[in-house]
Design a protein around this ligand. Structure first.
Ligand code: NOJ
Ligand code: CA
Length: 668
């Protein structure tokens, strides 16, 4: 006994003298293992294993500050705490009505050579991990200037990457499919499939009061975080303390697993709003596509789109076709000043847009209005007039607002830098105060903050439908890459639903955009447009085309049948850049969207997710027998078939084609 006590005393003594330099953590099921190491120079590294195989090798962690107390070396672990959570939570809206949040957490406290403290939090889920830094409030730290984040993501294996270039101003780019080691830089979410068949998405969660993160190749398959700078080159400025967003790696054995992961939302804080009863997903149309086509104008004049008469026509169409809301762009004065400071007046309607009458008329028809505030990027002026502009919407019973930042940010700031991250959040918080749901264009990327602020409904932040009106358009594979890249951040306002694919009904138009070479079209079939409404999830879902192109079109019935939100979603088929199929349930009905790239494809979908013993009617909208991407993309076949849980649905898609299906129970 004496000997045992002696040994115990010795080991306690050793523990007290030698600091810990290695800490590990496992995911709840043990499939992912994280290891943190601090080397002799006090530099911090992590690595990751997936099912006992290393997938991320030694990757640096830490940050450099402008003044002395950098957290890049001289670090010592002083404390380690562990926690776990396993809880279900219900989002206000979303592709699934319930989300499981199950993780193991590690909190590592460190001290640097100047005795300053840094905390590292690591959360390991079965579908990936997040880690974040915190410089806690402490004596001797006042103004914090982060000049570099050292975070690396060092892939063990090469493979394929789907990325857009790192860009501090825009996410409106086409995805590149390359080898991982050929990616020079990238915006996130960035998607990777390593040669041994594992899928990874690198992104960030809860981007709050910090600079957006891009990735920079450090050599081979190693990427380092590169933060979007302030005009003076500093990346992040803070007072007293700072918390970074979570740096995230979603991990899956399949592409479908990336899509079905809730990691990004799980790494955000619970809902901050007491009352969310006013938040409600909606389908909308709008006076919008005409301006992009160049047949209408945002400014007042003979082609003005947002006139009282035109709005009434859209409101009538919405009321008759199961659409909840109508957007008007170019309703307010100032569009003639686009590009100049303080350009847009968010209060004053153009003389031919009778604001009060439109509000009255919409109310009479039981249709909601979607407000629109283009800022041209002038966030300073927008912050000055925001409260009054939001109050005007709220006082007129308008609860949805689309914002836009098409233009440079004043004083050398970037769209994705800390200043604008602060601004975009201020808009979300102020909008909540006025009970406004938001759809942001030219936004900061989606990082799951909708969990905390569920009035942040959807955003663009991608090369959306508009590019088809005035450029060479979005290629067929764009739509089968988006669900596995951009959409992993959160809902997308892509605005599918252009029916006049070849612009056969386009009147004489004005080229207003310098990208317009005069040969624009939509590079899909009409059936694929319908399927995109299911594939590209958005709680504010737009049908993009002019209502004149929807009138007497049986295909519009699909939009009418489609709910604005869902209870459950299942990925049925997923090959990045090739094919995608997803089924979404609302109550007892299911909606399926299947899309292909530039290749024709026949696939079969197993409907075993339907309730056993129940009979359903499948309303199928698919590429017609004479459909041809080149010159007959609008040929569509609409048929009804009785199905049950034993049925197999055949999907025949032509080049850039698709199939959209509404499966509703048959009531005897
Ligand atoms: C760009 C947005 O993406 C688009 O939807 C909008 O019509 C224009 N800016 C004008 O605000
Ligand atoms: Ca845009």
């Amino acid at each position: 006994m004496k000997r045992v006590l002696f040994a115990l005393a010795i080991s306690l003594f050793i523990c007290a003298c030698t600091s810990i330099n290695q800490v590990g953590l496992q995911s709840p099921s043990g499939n992912i293992a994280f290891e943190l190491k601090v080397n002799e120079a006090g530099q911090m590294y992590y690595s990751l294993q997936l099912e006992d195989k290393k997938v991320i090798s030694s990757s640096s962690l830490g940050m450099s500050l402008k003044n002395d107390s950098s957290f890049s070396n001289g670090l010592q672990i002083i404390d380690v705490k562990r926690e776990s959570k396993n809880e279900d939570w219900k989002p206000v809206w979303g592709p699934n009505e319930s989300i499981n949040e199950h993780y193991n957490e590690l909190m590592v406290s460190m001290r640097n050579h100047a005795d300053k403290k840094l905390n590292l939090y690591v959360r390991l889920f079965d579908d990936g991990l997040g880690f974040r830094y915190e410089i806690p409030k402490q004596p001797g730290i006042d103004s914090i200037f982060i000049v570099k984040e050292l975070t690396e993501f060092n892939f063990v294996n090469n493979g394929t990457a789907w990325t857009i270039p790192a860009n501090y101003e825009s996410y409106e780019m086409l995805y590149r499919t390359t080898k991982i080691d050929q990616v020079k830089d990238a915006n996130t979410p960035a998607t990777f499939k390593t040669d041994n068949g594992n899928y990874f998405s690198i992104h960030e969660a809860n981007l709050t009061d910090y600079a957006g993160m891009t990735l920079k190749n450090k050599g081979g398959t190693n990427f380092q975080a590169e933060l979007v700078p302030w005009p003076d080159g500093v990346k992040v400025k803070a007072k007293g303390s700072v918390k970074s967003p979570w740096r995230t790696i979603t991990i899956s054995k399949s592409a479908a697993g990336l899509v079905e992961s809730d990691l990004i939302q799980n790494l955000n804080d619970p809902c901050a709003l007491d009352d969310t009863s006013w938040i409600e997903p909606m389908k909308y149309i709008g006076v919008w596509w005409g301006m992009h086509l160049g047949v209408e104008t945002w400014t007042m004049g003979p082609q003005h789109g947002a006139t009282t008469e035109n709005m009434k026509r859209y409101i009538d169409f919405a009321a008759e076709n199961g659409v909840h809301a109508v957007l008007a762009e170019g309703w307010n004065t100032g569009w003639e000043n686009w590009g100049k400071p303080r350009a847009f007046d968010q209060q004053t309607p153009y003389a031919d847009y009778d604001f009060d009458e439109i509000v009255r008329y919409a109310k009479e028809k039981n249709i909601e209005l979607v407000g629109h505030h283009e800022t041209g990027g002038d966030y300073i002026f927008y912050e000055e007039c925001m409260e009054d502009a939001f109050a005007k919407l709220h006082d007129n019973g308008i609860r949805t607002l689309k914002t836009g930042y098409a233009g440079p940010i004043p004083n050398g700031h970037f769209h994705h830098g800390q200043k604008m991250v602060q601004h975009y959040r201020k808009v979300v918080e102020t909008a909540a105060k006025y009970q406004l749901m938001l759809d942001a264009h030219e936004p900061i990327k989606a990082t799951g903050i909708s969990r905390t602020y569920p009035n942040m409904m959807t955003r663009e932040g991608a090369r959306g439908m508009e590019w088809n009106a005035w450029s060479e358009g979005n290629p067929p594979e764009h739509h089968v890459i988006l669900p596995f890249t951009r959409c992993l951040g959160g809902p997308i306002d892509y605005t599918p639903g252009t029916f006049d694919i070849l612009y056969k009904n386009r009147k004489e138009y004005t080229k207003w955009n310098s990208n317009d070479k005069g040969n624009s079209r939509v590079n899909t079939t009409i059936s694929k447009q319908l399927a995109l409404w299911v594939c590209l999830y958005s709680p504010l879902q737009m049908a993009s085309d002019l209502v004149s192109n929807y009138e007497d079109q049986p295909a519009f019935k699909f939009f009418e049948m489609l709910p604005a939100d869902f209870d459950e979603s299942k990925v049925l088929l997923a090959e990045i850049g090739d094919v995608y199929s997803v089924a979404r349930r609302k109550d007892n009905s299911w909606y399926i969207g299947t899309i292909t790239d530039e290749n024709r494809r026949n696939v079969e979908l197993d409907l075993s997710f339907l309730e056993d013993g129940k009979k359903y009617m499948a309303n199928i909208f698919e590429d017609g027998d004479n459909a041809n991407l080149e010159n007959n993309p609008t040929d569509i076949k609409i048929r009804k078939v009785q199905v049950d849980s034993k049925s197999v649905l055949t999907v025949k898609m032509i080049e850039s084609g698709g199939q959209a299906v509404a499966i509703v129970p048959i009531v005897d």
